[in-house]
Design a binder for this molecule. Structure first.
Ligand SMILES: [Fe+2]
Length: 287
């Protein structure tokens, strides 16, 4: 069977890669990790990054069955509900989202109406779950470590790895968010690197280190040989020490405060208050 067709979309301000994965025969498709722009200065939302995906889906006459999140992102606001409102599809994430919600619900004082049970999503995946995009066989590989809820999606011989790994010259995702764990991430990455060497890996971010051109995919073999953090001669202990030291030097993502509030709600904004205005809050001296 032919492999799924994969189109990438790059959101430059956040360095995020989103994808449309299409089964050519049926025209069924999945959208992976869509982005909505948010301005910290004005509080304005701009759907342009997701509109580019919608335009492509219309042009290619695709039917969206799934909107797949690799995790609750801390660096950009998801376009999942916006895409769903325009194109349909079921919004899915790993079941670890419940732990992420249980942590951040109290941080944002969401109270009892916000149940940390993942019900805001249409589907919670567990490790080993399978599903279809048209005739394409898809498998969920739980890859916690960057966050509790991180999953990778294997679609044919392509794997969408979320933030577990980046291109070989940038390494791996940070592990210092609540629920992050460098040793767990190492183990998760080993599961990906145990796949056949020619398996294609698709990144959720690329920051173009050293001013090189944008890159978004590589092979398992390339990661084993060249990844600056987890190539095959790096032990778990060496990785965990490096990752922990490096994480201590990183700034928080610029959009972490709005992103978490929207993304743990599966991309829904909070309800409007009685003046019909929607608010996102900023906890003081908390992050
Ligand atoms: Fe992330």
């Amino acid at each position: 069977m032919p492999e799924a067709r994969i189109q990438h979309f790059y959101d430059e301000p956040t360095g995020t890669l989103s994808y449309v994965v299409a089964d050519e025969k049926s025209g069924h498709a999945a959208v992976i990790d869509p982005v909505i722009a948010y301005s910290m200065v004005s509080g304005r939302i701009d759907a342009a990054p997701s509109d580019a995906i919608i335009e492509y889906v219309h042009k290619e006459k695709l039917g969206v069955e799934w909107i797949l999140e690799t995790h609750a992102h801390a660096d950009h606001v998801t376009g999942a509900q916006y895409i769903k409102s325009k194109l349909g599809g079921k919004v899915a994430i790993g079941e670890g989202i419940c732990a992420v919600q249980a942590h951040f619900g109290p941080v944002f004082n969401l109270g009892a109406p916000f149940a940390a049970d993942g019900h805001q999503f249409d589907k919670l995946f567990v490790d080993g779950d399978t599903f279809k995009i048209g005739e394409q066989e898809c498998e969920v590989i739980a890859t916690p470590g960057h966050t509790n809820d991180s999953v990778s999606y294997k679609i044919g011989s392509a794997v969408f790895v979320g933030d577990s790994m980046f291109m070989p010259d940038f390494g791996t995702g940070r592990c210092d968010f609540p629920g992050g764990d460098a040793e767990l991430l190492y183990d998760s990455i080993q599961r990906i690197l145990a796949l056949p060497g020619d398996t294609r890996l698709y990144m959720c971010h690329d920051y173009m280190p050293g001013g090189r051109d944008l890159r978004w995919k590589c092979t398992v073999a390339e990661q084993q040989e060249k990844n600056i953090h987890v190539r095959e001669d790096v032990s778990k202990a060496e990785f965990a020490e490096m990752r922990t030291e490096r994480d201590a030097t990183l700034n928080l993502p610029a959009l972490i405060v709005p992103s978490i509030q929207v993304n743990i709600r599966a991309g829904h904004l909070p309800d409007a208050e009685d003046n019909d205005i929607v608010y996102l809050m900023t906890p003081v001296d908390t992050f």
